[in-house]
Design a protein around this ligand. Structure first.
Ligand code: DX5
Ligand code: ZN
Length: 224
């Protein structure tokens, strides 16, 4: 058994001003955020298109954070090498987008990165049972993927608990990450349920306060 206890904050650049991505990344580092979360969208798995590995590569030059790449794309296996070359530290693929999930997770690890699997709100945690040995992070989506600024789905709390139990059973450390509607209002509930990586876009970039203060407020709320 191996339990991850520390909570990491993963600001999602999706909610930042794309004209100033490097400023956003620097402010996150200044605020002590351990992770930087990249929402890669392809216009197919989800309706919008965001950015690809080139954005990751450019920001790699100025940020020391753990680069946490969330691929909301079909056929993610075709892109994984590009993100490894760009300097990603972890790549998360969607269970719903992977025909050969086991092989894809192995591929991510073979390239020296942490392997993550995201599950949409309708997908049960049990779907991941037979890939746990290849998984470093379970991403429980707490909204339907595709857009920032949506409301947290409270019905996901039991899934977070279940994911934590499955993660704790493994022989290696596995983070339980949550993504969607995470703010100082929802942070305590998700960490109490077992989440150890908190993705937040709107709560960090969208409320007009400084990024440093927003990260600090989220961390305080998460430790309650
Ligand atoms: C949604 C993305 C999220 C998004 C979260 O599909 O995966 O990472 O940025 O946005 P907020 O924190 O605004 O709900
Ligand atoms: Zn995300």
């Amino acid at each position: 058994m191996s339990v991850v206890n520390e909570v990491v904050i993963a600001p999602s650049l999706l909610a930042s001003d794309f004209a100033h991505l490097s400023k956003a990344a620097s402010e996150c580092a200044e605020g002590g955020a351990e992770y930087l979360h990249f929402d890669v969208m392809d216009g197919r798995f989800v309706p919008e298109i965001t950015f690809g590995s080139q954005a990751v590569s450019s920001l790699r030059r100025i940020s020391p954070a753990f680069f946490d790449v969330h691929l909301m794309i079909v056929e993610p296996e075709k892109q994984i090498k590009h993100f490894a070359d760009a300097g990603a530290n972890g790549v998360t693929v969607h269970y719903e987008a992977c025909t050969h999930l086991h092989r894809t997770l192995q591929h991510i690890r073979d390239l020296g990165m942490n392997a993550g699997v995201a599950i949409n709100p309708h997908t049960p945690v049990s779907a991941l049972e037979f890939v746990m040995e290849l998984t470093d992070l379970i991403l429980v989506m707490t909204v339907n993927p595709g857009y920032g600024g949506q409301s947290f789905i409270p019905g996901m709390l039991p899934k977070i608990r279940e994911a934590k139990i499955m993660a704790a059973r493994a022989q290696h450390p596995i983070h339980v990450e949550v993504d969607g509607g995470i703010s100082p209002h929802t942070a305590a509930a998700v960490t109490q349920a077992g989440a150890t990586a908190l993705v937040a876009g709107t709560a960090i970039f969208g409320d007009g306060r400084s990024v440093v203060d927003a990260i600090s407020d989220l961390r305080t709320a998460a430790s309650r």
